[in-house]
Structure formats: structure tokens, C-alpha cells
Design a binder for this molecule. Structure first.
Ligand code: GTP
Ligand code: SPV
Ligand code: MN
Length: 649
């Protein structure tokens, strides 16, 4: 950890009456915004929240504090401020849309600087065998964390406003929801959090009325480099010292140095997944990196499924799928995160804790994801996409700009089609309100959640992995989740396309030891009278000998959903047994009108899988070692046995 020279950003104890001063400033601001004055005055905040704010005001020394009420008027003031500072530009081609260009050094999540902080290392991360390096998360002691925080946060907000964002993950009236409060010095983060979560005075009201005023504490600063040199004044950050910390014992998140995505919108990966998974374990439910969709078959029967794919592997696309199969309808509940639990009737129910989509822009087009294209051109903040001379946006895969329209790339430089560099950054994103989605499900914000009948796992697997297969049972399903792998993507700092293990699509998001996480998943089967959903693995990304995708994907993935629904409905003669699970019979998989190599798509090559099983076994034994549940060890053995006696024809 590099040492931080406090330099001129000294710790300055605030004058006693300075909070009152903030409050006066705030009231002035509010009256001009013509909104409620009471709840958002610092002095009138619920005691625990006021303490949290005051403590961090003392440390960060902002020049002002603003408690956000989530109103349109407040948002407008922030947007004006962001335009003035050059952080965003307006996109006159669309209604209420903006483009932000980040610093080139702050474009994705930074997994190597993300830590779970606990007293005991083994509570936070898997402890690998021997000298092997742990691949599923990083640990830091609480003492180290406090030191790192002190080194970074003292005086870090000098000259800036500290925004207090009260937000709810999940609908405010749902018993499954949780409240968080984020302190941040970034107005861009405030505007984005307002899209991605439920922000506003209702949250404060709820905190006020709850007996224990429980909330997850999230502190965020874009930071300031130790040199004092801010490289890109429109996007201050401190990439050299970026750090994203989680303290599950205290339900606390502390994030420093980055303004981008999952690093700074703390409701998302930090709260809803890392801290969320630890709360879920305590309370007996699941917080997962999954989309939720509703699918109605031609007979009008509706089912909901969830699907875990790693970052940039197709969740948003699937959640908004326009099915190619006639008579099918897909509706979207969520595109990235699910909180789910078994209800008192043993039915698994899921809510989407988010309020918006933070989706990958490149590749989104009228042909791949028309629903997203109908969603994102209103009330949206784009980040790091290219800009067109007619006040619009552009990215790879999008329909070409009209003749005469020129393009500036994500760095603001002139760009022409065929250039050697991309127009949009590969991890450029749209941040858009979920309820604008034309196929948003009518129950997407229902407090009781939606009933889940199937769980899908998947990844980018160019070789050997069939389009879809079904687990034999729950334990086998958990093993399939544990065995997930995928090609690296641009959503984090990894380079190239190496195939990485990404169990449950949670590798970067586990809030605790992966071995304990496996045990927690397995334990779901021990609950009384639960109806365990069927579990599947899907792969849209198998390639042929020429390196081309064998499966057209996108809307055609409805054919896979069709087969899954047949299975969920217990239709006979729909599956054949292979060593890795059930694959579709030719008759039961609707490939009508498609020119695909069915046998190639569904083949289970013995040699490939023998290697795969060995590699997965090594990975799990080495990484999880003493914490690898016996059930998973049995699953490994069973798979290897099945493969040994597998006769291919
Ligand atoms: P995060 O927001 O990072 O969690 O990503 P995501 O899982 O939501 O991924 P998303 O749907 O944004 O897709 C990422 C990339 O995969 C885009 O470039 C898509 O065009 C591409 N993609 C999505 N679905 C398919 C598919 O069915 N087939 C193929 N070939 N590509 C797909
Ligand atoms: C992901 O990387 O899985 C995302 C984007 O959904 S971020 O919000 O940056 O985590
Ligand atoms: Mn994601």
C-alpha cells in the first residue's frame, strides 16, 4: 500500500457551529428548489445518520453538506453544476440525456483494489492450499483498513460539497429491501445513484420511523492525488490509491479514488452483492449477480427465471430479450442483481434491489437489443461512449451515423469508421431508469417479489460447453455454479480473453469465504418444505472451427427458454442424460427455421470434459481447500466417475 503524505490537506477540526452553517446553506438551497425543508436538514436527521454524517464531515472537511431529497429540482441543479464543470455534456438529440467522459485511468471496476475487511481472514476470503494465490477476493485486516482510510480521507473533500444520499435497495414497502446512505463528493455519483436506486426523503422518513434506524453506511470520495495534481479536472480521481473496502461486521463500505460504476455507485456491487451476500448469509437468503425475467409461453403460462452470467456476458441483453419464437413474451424484472429467498410456502421469491440499468453500451443495437434501444434515449447518463455532431451518441455495433454526421470518440477526439481504436470504450455504459423499459414486468417492484422456477448459470465458453444443459438435482446445480468459467471482459481491469474461473458469476463480488458461500447455497435444500428450482447452464458463445459463434444468440435464446419451460413443466421425452447433466432431445428443442449445427451445439466431448473436470477439481480443492463442502467433493467424484464410464458414439 503506498503511503499517503497528508501534505496540505491537513486535518482541520471544524468550528463548533459549522454544521449549523451547513444546515443554513442547505435550507437556502432547498427553498430555491421549493422542496421540503425539514427532513433533509442535517440537524434533524435520525440520530444514527446524523452521527455518521458529522463524523465524516470532521474527517473529510467538505466545504458544504447537502442532504439529497431525490427531487427533480435538486437533480436539475446538480446537472447544471456538472455541465459547468465539464463533467457532462448535454445530448440535445435526446430528451434529458447526458454524456460523461471519465479520466482515461478510471474506466472500470478495479478488482485488485477491492477488499473485504474482517478480523479473521478466513471469514472474508477462501484460504487456498499451500502457497497458491487466492482468486476470489482480497482480504485486509480492520486495522490496515482504518490506516488506509485515514491516509486517504483526511481533508479529501476540502473545497467540495459532501452529498448525503439516502437510498433504498428494493421497493420501500418491501420487507426484503434494505436502506443505505452514501456520502460522496461527486455530483455525477448523486445523479447516477438517483437513477440506479430509490433516493429521497421517503427513505429518511422510513429511517425515522424504524425503531433501530438501520442503514448500510457507504462513504465515497473520488479523492485527490497525493501530488495535489488533478490530471483531469472534469473527472477528479486518484487511480494510484484507489481502494474499495467492505466491513461486513459493521455493514460499512468505504470507497476512495474512483468515480466509475461499481467503484462509486455503492448501492450496486458493494452493497447489493458484497455486503448483501453477508447479510443474506446471516438472514438465510441469497444476494446474487443475476438478471430476473418473466417468460410467458404461447399457452399464456408465465414463469420467472434468474440467470447468473459474469460481467459483460449478456445479462442485460437476456433480461430485455425480444423472443424470436412466435407466441412467446419476455418481460424484465432486473438485469444485474437479485435478492431472493424462500417464502413461507417454500416458493423461491426474488426482488430486483436496483432502480435502473447500468448497461454495457457497445454491441447494443436495434438488431441485438431493440428493447434497450427503446429504453435508453431519455433521462440517461451515458459514460465513455462516442458523441455525434448532431448531439447524439455512437458506439461499436450501433447503426452507422447518418451521412454528414461526424463522430468524436470517448476521449473527445475525432473518429472515423475503420479507425484502429474504438469509438466507445469497451466498458462504456448507459445509466437509465428501469421503469422506462417498454417490457418492464408489471410485478418488477412488487414488495413480495416474483416466484422463481429456474436458475441459469452461464459464461463465455468458446469450446466444449453445450448451448444448454440441466443439473440432475440441487447439489449438482450448486456444483455447476461453482464450476463456472468465462472469458475475461472489459468490465474490470483484466486484459485479453483468458478463460477465468468465475463461480456463480460472483468471483469479484463475494462478501465472504467462497467455501462458506457454497455451504450456504447447499443449505437451502435443508429448509423445510422448499420447492427447489431447477438449475441450468447455458452458453451462447460456443465457437466453430473457424472461430465463429455457432449460435445466433439474443432473441434466438428464447428457444433455450422454451426448452427450459418444457422441463420445468415436466414434459416427457425432453432430455437425454450425459455425464454433465441433461441435454435436450432433438425433438424437444425448437430449432425450426434456424440453420445451426444441432449436434455440434449440444455435443459433450469426452476428452474436453475429462480435462475440464480435472481442472475444476484442482481449482476447487486448491482454492477452497479445508472449506470445500463434502457435498461438492462428492459432486466432483461423481462427475469424474460418470465421465469414465461415458461411451460416446
Ligand atoms: P454487466 O452489466 O457487466 O454485468 O454485463 P451483462 O451481463 O449485463 O452483459 P450485456 O448484456 O451488457 O452483454 C455484454 C456483451 O455481450 C454485449 O456486447 C452483447 O452484445 C454481448 N451479448 C449479449 N448477449 C449475447 C448473445 O446472446 N450472443 C452473443 N454472441 N453476444 C451477446
Ligand atoms: C459489472 O461489472 O458486472 C457491472 C458494471 O454490472 S459495474 O457497475 O461497474 O460493476
Ligand atoms: Mn454486472
Amino acid at each position: 500500500m503506498p503511503d499517503f503524505d497528508v501534505g496540505d490537506a491537513q486535518y482541520v477540526p471544524l468550528p463548533r457551529d459549522c454544521l449549523r452553517q451547513y444546515q443554513r446553506n442547505f435550507v437556502r438551497m432547498q427553498s430555491s428548489a421549493n422542496e421540503t425543508k425539514k427532513l433533509t436538514a442535517v440537524s434533524l436527521l435520525p440520530a444514527k445518520l446524523r452521527e455518521f454524517v458529522e463524523e465524516n464531515v470532521r474527517i473529510c472537511c467538505p466545504s458544504n453538506v447537502q442532504v439529497c431529497d431525490g427531487s427533480d429540482a435538486e437533480n436539475q441543479l446538480l446537472v447544471n453544476k456538472l455541465i459547468e464543470s465539464g463533467t457532462i455534456v448535454s445530448l440535445p438529440k435526446y430528451k434529458n440525456c447526458f454524456l460523461a467522459r471519465s479520466s482515461v485511468k478510471d474506466v472500470a471496476r478495479v478488482e485488485s483494489r477491492t477488499f473485504i475487511c474482517t478480523r479473521n481472514r478466513r471469514d472474508a476470503v477462501n484460504v487456498p492450499r499451500g502457497s497458491a494465490l487466492g482468486q476470489m477476493g482480497n482480504w485486509m485486516s480492520l486495522e490496515q483498513a482504518d490506516k488506509a482510510i485515514e491516509e486517504r480521507f483526511v481533508g479529501c473533500m476540502a473545497g467540495r460539497t459532501m452529498y448525503v444520499i439516502p437510498f433504498s435497495m428494493g421497493p420501500l414497502n418491501s420487507p426484503y429491501s434494505k436502506i443505505g446512505v452514501q456520502l460522496t463528493d461527486s455530483a455525477y455519483v448523486v445523479c447516477s445513484m438517483r437513477i440506479m436506486t430509490r433516493v429521497g426523503t421517503e427513505v429518511l422518513e422510513k429511517l425515522n420511523s424504524d425503531q433501530d434506524s438501520y442503514f448500510v453506511k457507504a462513504l465515497h470520495s473520488v479523492g485527490r492525488p497525493a501530488s495535489g495534481q488533478v490530471e483531469h479536472p472534469h473527472w477528479p480521481c486518484d487511480p494510484e490509491r484507489t481502494l474499495i473496502l467492505h466491513k461486513p461486521e459493521f455493514d460499512e463500505i468505504v470507497s476512495y479514488g474512483s468515480g466509475y460504476g461499481g467503484n462509486s455507485l455503492l448501492g450496486k456491487k458493494c452493497f447489493a452483492l458484497r455486503i448483501g451476500s453477508t447479510i443474506a448469509r446471516r438472514e438465510g437468503w441469497l444476494a446474487e449477480h443475476m438478471l430476473i425475467l418473466g417468460v410467458t409461453d404461447p399457452k399464456g403460462r408465465k414463469r420467472y427465471v434468474v440467470a447468473a452470467f459474469p460481467s459483460a456476458c449478456g445479462k442485460t441483453n437476456m433480461a430485455m430479450m425480444r423472443p424470436s419464437l412466435p407466441g412467446y413474451k419476455v418481460e424484465c424484472v432486473g438485469d444485474d442483481i437479485v435478492w431472493m429467498r424462500f417464502d413461507q410456502h417454500g416458493q423461491l421469491r426474488a426482488i430486483n434491489p436496483e432502480f435502473g440499468f447500468f448497461g454495457v453500451a457497445p454491441g447494443t443495437s436495434g438488431s441485438t437489443n431493440p428493447v434497450a434501444m427503446e429504453t435508453i434515449f431519455e433521462n440517461t447518463i451515458f459514460t465513455n461512449v462516442a458523441q455525434t455532431s448532431d448531439g447524439g451518441v455512437y458506439w461499436e455495433g450501433m447503426e452507422d451515423p447518418a451521412p454528414g454526421v461526424t463522430v468524436k470518440d470517448w476521449l473527445g477526439e475525432p473518429w472515423v469508421p475503420g479507425s484502429s481504436t474504438p469509438a466507445a470504450h469497451p466498458n462504456s455504459r448507459f445509466c437509465t431508469p428501469a421503469d422506462q423499459c417498454p417490457i418492464i414486468d408489471e410485478h418488477w417492484a412488487s414488495p413480495e417479489g416474483v416466484p422463481i422456477d429456474a436458475i441459469l448459470f452461464g459464461g463465455r465458453r468458446p469450446q466444449g460447453v453445450p448451448l444448454v444443459y440441466e443439473a440432475f438435482d440441487w447439489k449438482h446445480g450448486v456444483f455447476i455454479g461453482a464450476s463456472m468459467k468465462s472469458e475475461a471482459t472489459a468490465a474490470a481491469e483484466h486484459k485479453g480473453k483468458a478463460i477465468m474461473h468465475d463461480p456463480f458469476a460472483m468471483r469479484p463480488f463475494f462478501g465472504y469465504n467462497f467455501g462458506h458461500y457454497l455451504q450456504h447455497w447447499l443449505s437451502m435444500a435443508n429448509k423445510a418444505n422448499v420447492k427447489l428450482p431447477k438449475v441450468y447452464h447455458v452458453n451462447w458463445f460456443r465457437k466453430d472451427k473457424e472461430g465463429k459463434f455457432m449460435w445466433p444468440g439474443y432473441g434466438e435464446n428464447s428457444r433455450v427458454l422454451d426448452w427450459i419451460l418444457r422441463r420445468v413443466n415436466d414434459e416427457p421425452n425432453t432430455a437425454q442424460v450425459t455425464p454433465i447433466g441433461y441435454v435436450p432431445t432433438k425433438e424437444s428443442f425448437n430449432a425450426t427455421g434456424l440453420n445451426v449445427d444441432f449436434d455440434g451445439l449440444f455435443s459433450v466431448p469426452k476428452e474436453f470434459w475429462t480435462e475440464e473436470a480435472k481442472e475444476v477439481a484442482n481449482f476447487l480443492y486448491e482454492q477452497v481447500d479445508q472449506d470445500l463442502p463434502q457435498d461438492i467433493q462428492d459432486q466432483i467424484k461423481n462427475l469424474i466417475d460418470r465421465l469414465n464410464s461415458y461411451q460416446t458414439n
